[in-house]
Design a protein around this ligand. Structure first.
Ligand code: ADE
Ligand code: ZN
Length: 341
């Protein structure tokens, strides 16, 4: 397929984004605008010099910049503007359902109250529901480089907003911070009715994926790239119909893979894993949903059927109710009919 045709095909797919950190959608232009209005200086004097710093050798180098950028977010309107900019962008890419992560501790640790953060984000999500007919779920992520006690405090702060939050996740520096550190807070989160997901096997070993399954009881694994190192784990993930939310451009930029042609997503599909494609932190990694699909499809020479499978899988492992899920999968399948002879 010609590159132009492939781009058009991808644009038209009704898509679900399930692995997106709202703080990672903070485009440099908006960051500068908000830094000016809040009178908080960034360490960079222009959008260009900031963008030049976006060269990472690993996850930690990225996280250091990501947390610095988030420091200009102070008021509810800042969180609203951030979220609304992301939603407008993905609406233009035909994303019809989003499940969005936010990192409360990145903000509460700076003295910005939980209420401010969640109100700004939630109001933008509601606006997208009304104006774009976009459905959404909200996932509160614990920062794994911080303590279990701090995660418990975050859980406590979330309780007045329990009706807005669908699940909890686990992100930030993976190596040295295994899922086992958060076993109790995940159990407590489940007791409050939250669904559970965790980043595992992005940089960390297969043992972290096993822990996410057996100690945290997650319903999805974020990334999970390393699972192919362990055939028993692959078999378990297939049997459990466990979703994996892969982020190819993120993996490339953070050197989780050495080139896009090395990306494991096609091998995962071939093994029957419920692999899916998302953008992670699109403002930092050079692309939103369309670009992630496109670069992956091009590098791995994905067939139309592979691309369809990725799009269907995302709805399959989403937290939409079964009826809506069926409708969305129907939309994907009927969209793909035109590409079949
Ligand atoms: N926070 C934002 N993006 C992340 C990633 N790719 N891995 C872990 N934590 C993150
Ligand atoms: Zn992530």
């Amino acid at each position: 397929m010609e590159h132009k045709e492939l781009k058009e095909l991808i644009q038209g797919i009704p898509k679900a984004e399930l692995h997106l950190h709202i703080e990672g959608s903070f485009e440099p232009e908006l960051m500068f605008e908000i830094s000016k209005r809040n009178n908080i200086s960034l360490d960079y004097d222009s959008v260009d010099s900031l963008k030049k710093a976006y060269k990472f050798n690993n996850l930690q180098e990225f996280l250091d910049i990501y947390y610095t950028g988030a420091k200009v977010l102070i008021h509810e309107k800042d969180f609203f503007d951030l979220t609304w900019a992301y939603l407008k962008k993905v609406h233009s890419q035909n994303v019809i359902h989003v499940e969005v992560f936010f990192d409360p501790q990145t903000h509460t640790d700076r003295g910005v109250h939980f209420d401010i953060v969640i109100n700004g984000i939630y109001k933008a999500l509601e606006k997208a529901r009304i104006e774009f007919n976009m459905s959404f779920k909200l996932i509160m992520s614990y920062l794994r480089h911080l303590s279990e006690e701090e995660a418990f405090k975050t859980l406590e702060s979330s309780l007045p907003y329990k009706h807005w939050i669908d699940g909890v996740g686990l992100d930030s520096s993976e190596l040295g911070n295994p899922p086992s550190k958060f076993e109790r807070v995940f159990k407590a989160s489940a007791d409050y009715g939250y669904q559970l997901v965790a980043h595992a096997g992005e940089e960390g070993p297969v043992e972290y994926i096993w822990e996410a399954l057996h100690l945290l009881n997650v319903v999805r694994v974020d990334h999970g790239n390393r699972c192919l190192d362990d055939q028993d784990l692959v078999q378990t993930l297939v049997e459990q119909k466990m979703g994996l939310t892969l982020c190819p451009l993120s993996n490339l930029e953070l050197k989780v893979v050495s080139s896009m042609t090395e990306h494991p997503v096609l091998k995962m599909l071939e093994k029957g894993l419920l692999a899916t494609i998302h953008s992670d932190d699109p403002a930092y990694f050079g692309g939103y949903m369309n670009e992630n699909y496109y670069e992956t499809a091009k590098a791995l020479n994905l067939s139309v059927n592979d691309i369809e499978q990725l799009a269907v899988n995302a709805f399959e492992i989403s937290w939409l109710d079964n009826n809506t899920k069926g409708l969305c999968i129907g939309k994907v399948r009927s969209y793909f009919q035109q590409f079949k002879s």
